[in-house]
Design a binder for this molecule. Structure first.
Ligand code: S3P
Length: 437
């Protein structure tokens, strides 16, 4: 599936965007392990989360969707049934890494597979700590498939995260629910904390110590989890595309309603404000996952050197940030972002390719990029963009196309369905001319 998108301006309107992907996965996982029925409102009905639902259905969990409200009848921490076939996680790195933590503690064998993108992503980062906890897990040279054999018991570990990864942290936290002793996890760069928040929502005890540059989580094994109801906010990572649209299109004024503004997720907001973006948070609501409506107006942006402390908290928004940089006055420098090479595509390379096609001068490095902005009145080439089958490259490039000479073709966009199934309709709502073929 391809997108054809025309240059545009004067974007106006109020939009809502789909539920947060990270929170949606975690809500399905913990509800499946609880004892009784949890209801989930606002779940992201994208391919990634639907894959997680299928994984748990294949292990005997009853999940019913009634007009977008999902009822999940959890069977308890030890109530999953042995799957009759390999568990297919599709494109979802989050789901496979989190579920590995649970599957490592079960008394049945499981095989975990995914699509071609997921099959080339690094899995040693979870195999290593899980093996340290006593799991019997093997990979194919650090990639899929993963094979997990039954274990009698896991034991706790003290684990210093070698990479800034919420997926690895969450995998170990989930395994810790089954491990004898107290597991301690330390992270140097603070990554998204949705697992910690959802453990609190499900009443799972954990201790968190935060100091200036590190965070320590301790938790022990438990016998049961009580069900709960969860209301999921809009995904800041999906909102990011429309924040970009509002900023780079002249005469635009957008309101994006009910978006999650968890402080571990909004590095992009700080970076864009530093570039001169007119973005306001209104109607802020304090809650375990705080929300706001985001108001965005067209802005002239200037290039910056990105504060490396922000990288972990805007890792999924980097493609958006690169397009903002391409349309700024001056140079933007990003370093310490090597993790981008391990995502659904090698996002440093994929965005460098996209910038080349758009006619934006840049220098790609192993862990970052230097982008020479075309200026706040700059115009991108009308061209074809290869999305590398990566949803975020496709959507960031699609929005960048609004500042093209005329129109742009974005190729291989089917995976937009993983995180933002109604992206095209949402674009049309605010006056973007986009067609899919
Ligand atoms: C996620 C964590 C991040 C992010 C991904 C979602 C999560 O990955 O890129 O889209 O929900 O935990 P890493 O933990 O590998 O950085």
């Amino acid at each position: 599936m391809n997108f054809l998108i025309k240059s545009g301006q004067g974007l106006k309107g109020e939009i809502t965007i789909p539920g947060d992907k990270s929170i949606s996965h975690r809500s399905i996982i913990l509800s499946s392990l609880a004892e009784g029925t949890s209801k989930i409102y606002g779940l992201l009905e994208g391919a990634d989360c639907l894959a997680t639902i299928e994984v748990f259905r294949n292990m005997g969990i009853k999940i019913v969707n009634e007009e977008g409200v999902y009822s999940i009848e959890g069977n308890g921490l030890r109530g999953l049934e042995a799957p009759q076939k390999p568990l297919d996680f599709g494109n979802s790195g989050t789901s496979i890494r989190l579920c590995s933590g649970i599957l490592s503690a079960q008394n049945f064998q499981s095989t975990l597979v995914g699509d071609s993108s997921l099959s080339s992503r690094p899995m040693q980062r979870i195999v290593e700590p899980l093996t340290g906890m006593g799991a019997k897990i093997t990979s194919n040279n650090g990639t899929l498939p993963l094979n997990i054999s039954p274990t009698d018991s896991l034991h706790s570990i003290d684990y210093l995260l070698p990479v800034a990864s919420a997926q690895v942290k969450s995998c170990v936290m989930l395994a810790a629910l089954y491990a004898e002793g107290v597991t301690k996890i330390e992270e140097g760069s603070v990554t998204r904390d949705h697992t910690e928040n959802m453990f609190k929502q499900f009443g799972i005890p954990l201790n968190i110590e935060n100091s200036y540059s590190k965070k320590c989580i301790s938790l022990g094994n438990i016998n049961s989890i009580n069900p709960t109801n969860i209301d999921i906010c809009g995904d800041f990572s999906s909102a990011a595309f429309f924040i970009l649209a509002g900023l780079i299109c002249p005469k635009s004024d957008l309101l994006i309603k009910n978006v999650g503004i968890n402080k571990t997720r909004i590095g992009l907001l700080h970076a864009l404000r530093h570039m001169g973006a007119n973005i306001q948070l209104i109607n802020q609501k304090e809650s375990i996952e705080p929300t706001a409506d985001i108001s965005v107006k067209s802005s002239n942006l200037k290039g910056i050197t990105l504060n490396t402390d922000l990288v972990a908290n805007m890792i999924d928004e980097m493609p958006v940030f690169f397009i903002a940089a391409a349309l700024s006055d001056g140079v933007t420098i990003v370093k310490d972002a090597k993790e981008l090479r391990t995502k659904e595509s090698d996002r440093l390379q994929a965005m460098a390719d996209s910038l080349s096609s758009f006619g934006v001068k840049h220098e790609l490095e192993e862990d970052g990029i230097k982008i020479y902005g075309l200026g706040s009145k700059g115009v991108l080439n009308s061209t074809n963009i290869n999305s590398h089958g990566d949803h975020r490259i496709a959507m960031a490039s699609a929005i960048g196309s609004l500042r093209s000479e005329n129109e742009v073709n974005i190729l291989d966009c089917i995976n937009v369905n993983t995180s933002f199934p109604n992206f095209v309709d949402t674009c049309k709502e605010i006056g973007i001319e986009i067609e899919q073929s």
